[in-house]
Ligand binder design. Sequence first.
Ligand code: GLN
Length: 301
Amino acid sequence: MDLAALLDRIADDVAPEIGRGFVADYIPALARVEPERFGMAVAEVDGAVHGVGDWERPFSIQSMSKVFTLALALSHGDGLWARVGREPSGNPFNSLVQLENEDGIPRNPFINAGALVVTDELAQRGDAAAALLEFLREESGRADIGIDPEVAASEADHADRNRALAYFMASYQNMLHPVPAVLDQYVRQCSIAMSCADVARSALFLARHGVRNDGSRLLGLSAAKRVNAVMLTCGTYDAAGEFAYRVGLPGKSGVGGGILAIVPGRCAVCVWSPCLDARGNSVAGVAALDRFTTLTGWSIF
Ligand code: GLN
């Protein structure tokens, strides 16, 4: 398979989709991104990386960070599952409605409430955003990956919804640390800026059943399978069914316009285009992954 040529073809095929939808503007600094950007990278399990378009340009990873924090939390054991579920929510990523009915236990680690619990869990060992940055720098081999301070400040200034989620969970004793500290770490983890190439490279452990780029093991086989399974069922929020139908891979989106998808045993793929559909997933990104699995036959089904 000539992946470089394939990516060129996909970029041509999805060109009409680029710019369709809306750039996320509830975090004002995110709204400043150029809407017409498109990049896509494929990292193969042997380490080869191919890309097209803006594949080396950093963007805000936002909720794609939740895959990595979940993996880091599970690398310390599976106690997390007492505090967060693993069922699709069928609700928007920042919804409050299920939390009261379900006694402050979020449906899954990829909606905001669940990700706040994961960050709180990691905070027992120090700053979660710092631990995440260290991991991403090691996996990508890029020491210059960092937090975009403007996005972090803007997100911190507009975090009332996430603050509400965290305090609500605290009222059910499902927060170990003070809410302001957890929120600060969560906002900084979401504000990390990375390119498609670096995200794909950093996620290869999920394509290698838990094994990192240096050959050491981050997760056991079961834990790696579980992260992929939760990505498939919950990674694109209330569009997870549609994403599985169209793409057929574990995937995780972010409101920065990135989507990470895993082909177990083969590769990690990251696509970025900032304009989102109503459910917060990149329009051109989903279209590109749809083309990718159609042209390669590499869905998990
Ligand atoms: N930082 C964003 C938030 O908490 C992440 C949401 C997302 O990417 N879906 O609202």
